[in-house]
Ligand binder design. Structure first.
Ligand code: NAD
Length: 318
């Protein structure tokens, strides 16, 4: 299905978006729209001179630019967002604007230009503190505990209602933590930066006991494309993650070992109930039975994903 198509990737200069562009480009025409708030031009350097590639520097809050970018497209991968969960506790507008309003603008521009299919990157945080772990897609009620999670759940609701009302089709992906090459944020980048600055001591947000699931970014992109190719409901919702989880202290051990450091002293901030920040979900493991039934399984577990990601990030993170 994703062959010889004209595809718009919002946020395509970002961490996951640039890996998605890598996978889509050989067989499709790809337009990336990005405002470079966290994305980097260098992630797309190999394609800048490629005839099947176009880069539009624009903001999703600019509805006219979006409409121009969408004209003639067959499919939208909508990844652009503010992914910083912590920010919501300090700035209550950022996720409203960058996630909800931005997604509304994408959907409106699709409606006006007749583009019918959208894939959207949602998150495990829509589940809040789920009582069922591993958490399946039909768990409810969905009660996010961060403004970021709330904004992504709102986006999901907008997307499914646009699909029904305007005969569109969507794929909604609820990601676990995605790690790997070109990562610019998250626990691994944080630990590597801190250990570069001080190899003797590492500040760990929360109690270190928060347990989450991690998936390697290329595997994540494969899973997204697999779902688009193999599911065909009006709105298709899939968890994407690995089969297991690990805690933050174990991640610190792996990062320190991969950096060749020993006897690093860990300093835990403790936080609220051991959380790293307000809105930090302490235990996250997604059920991936639904996507497995479709024929995709993760290539490795969380530990291997973290190890590979640290090795890829060490030459990149200063
Ligand atoms: P990222 O910050 O690397 O990528 C986001 C991209 O969107 C960046 O290139 C940024 O410049 C661009 N962008 C942001 N706001 C924009 C705007 N208003 N207009 C145009 N461009 C804009 O983040 P990522 O980790 O690659 O995440 C991609 C998507 O996956 C996001 O929607 C995020 O919420 C979701 N997600 C990521 C993870 C993860 O672990 N990385 C987990 C769950 C969900």
């Amino acid at each position: 299905m994703l062959k010889d198509r004209s595809i718009l990737v919002t946020g395509g200069a970002g961490f996951i978006g640039s890996h998605l562009a890598d996978r889509l480009l050989p067989e499709n025409k790809v337009t990336v729209l990005d405002n470079f708030s966290s994305g980097r031009r260098e992630f797309l350097t190999p394609y800048l001179e490629t005839p099947d590639f176009e880069l539009i520097e624009a903001d999703l809050l600019d509805a006219d630019a979006l409409e121009i970018a969408l004209k003639g497209k067959d499919f939208v991968f909508h990844l652009a967002a503010n992914p910083d969960v912590r920010l919501g506790a300090e700035d209550t507008r950022v996720h409203l604007e960058q996630n909800i309003m931005a997604t509304y603008n994408v959907l409106e521009a699709m409606r006006k230009t007749g583009v019918r299919r959208i894939a959207f990157t949602s998150t495990s945080t829509v589940y809040g503190e789920a009582k069922v772990v591993p958490t399946p897609e039909d768990f409810g009620p969905l009660m996010p505990i961060s403004l970021y999670g709330a904004s992504k759940l709102s986006c999901e609701a907008l997307i499914s209602s646009y699909c029904h009302t305007f005969k569109m089709q969507s794929w909604i992906f609820r990601f676990a933590n995605i790690v790997g090459e070109r990562g610019t944020h998250g626990v691994l980048v944080d630990f590597i930066r801190k250990l570069h600055a001080n190899p003797k001591e590492l500040e760990i947000l929360g109690s270190g006991e928060q347990r989450k699931s991690y998936l390697e970014v290329k595997d994540c992109v494969k899973a997204m494309l697999h779902c688009v190719e193999h599911s065909n409901d009006e709105t298709n919702v899939f968890n994407i993650g690995s089969c297991d989880s690990l805690d933050v202290t174990r991640i610190a051990d792996i990062v320190a070992a991969r950096m060749g450091l020993s006897d690093v002293k860990y300093r835990y901030t403790g936080g609220i109930d051991g959380r790293g920040w307000k809105g930090d979900v302490k235990v996250m493991l997604l059920s991936i039975e639904k996507i497995k039934r479709l024929g995709w399984t993760p290539l490795c577990g969380s530990v291997e994903a973290i190890e590979a990601a640290v090795d890829a990030l060490l030459p990149e993170v200063e």
